[in-house]
Write a protein of this length. Sequence first.
Length: 439
Amino acid sequence: MREPPRRVEPQSLVAVAQGSPGTTLALGSIEAVGMDEAAVRAGRIRGLRRQLRWSQERLAEEAGVSVTTIKKAESGRGEVTTATLHAIARALGTTTNDLYTERAHVPVLAAEPSQHSMARVRAAVAPPVGISGVPITTGTSGPVDLVAIDAATTRVEVAYRNDRYDDVVEALPGVIALAHRAVAELGTADAYRTRSRALQMAGRFLTQVRQLDLALTALHAAIRDASQAGDLTLAAVAVNGQGWALTRQGRLNECEKLCTATADEVEPRLSTATADQLAAWGNLLFRASAAAVRNNRHDRAGELLRVASAAASALGREHDSWATFGPLTVALKSAEYQLIGGKPDLTLRTAERLPDTREVGDVTPANRHRHHLDVAHALLLTGDADRATAVLSEVRQQAPEWLRRQRSAYEIVQDILKTRPKKPTEEMAALATHLGVAA
């Protein structure tokens, strides 16, 4: 029996990658300004492996990947998939967060909003501010109607959920501008609450299209507005959105700490809590557990998931608050965590025993599609590339633009094609064409 890898504390090691003369790069932080991220990650992996006195072959065996993959990871050349990084981190006895920050590769998507459209969104989210501290906005006139602004925000959300991103970028700037006016002219708690909702919608959309810095700007403002309105539940929902953006930036430790701290602050009494309070609290726990499991902190992720399950049981069915939350959401997240933990067989087993939507309600289409990506990945890992292809093809039919914005979809299709390197099926080739992956 092989000796299990011992935990290696990153701060106790020195990476072999060199910075300026006379300096070193601590594994727990990036201190070499301007160093290519892939090279930093490569140095971390190489340094951890050498500290364990392992060969590349030994690391490949422990991680369940090829020696070629380890050589690629340690060279800093070429793409290394998220799943591979998780496997390498597990084998080295460290967290994924210690191997990388934000990875540079982002799929080139055919339907990204135009620069002109994004400029309008940027101007609305981060308008110039005068000496009085009041945002200077243009293009709106007439009486301020908070009910109408909230209704317009809801229409933007419907367009977002249906992947009509052109409609979102067309309507969103005007909605936010009106919300700015509402706060400036009325200054009431309801006005701040209305602007918080509009800015949260902006943060949600911007995170989806990977405009992450601007998304965080919108979400920070949304949290301040919700707090100004005295609405802690609305602020908690915005913090959850901030956690999503942080996760997409690879800032897993920060996301976990932020969401657990906020969950502690807003933890409701289960016997008297409203559905909104339970859903907001449960989603914070989910966001924290998702960061923990991606950071190879599986025990902590399990603890957080169990607490979230108590909130889901108290609700009894799915409730929509930023994202749906309830018994079905718990089941879908459990399947996802089993996949990240290297247990695709359990993912498939959980997927076969999901709660009946007729009894507990359903999740949003995006959450359902995300679960189908997990199922496709699990099928591929258990040797069924054809069924994995069929699942992805169904997602492509239902949400073609959404699929093109999922990094994991690119990685799964690339791995599917490797199972048929000479002659992919027509269905595989169609998926590759849709995503722009070379078949």
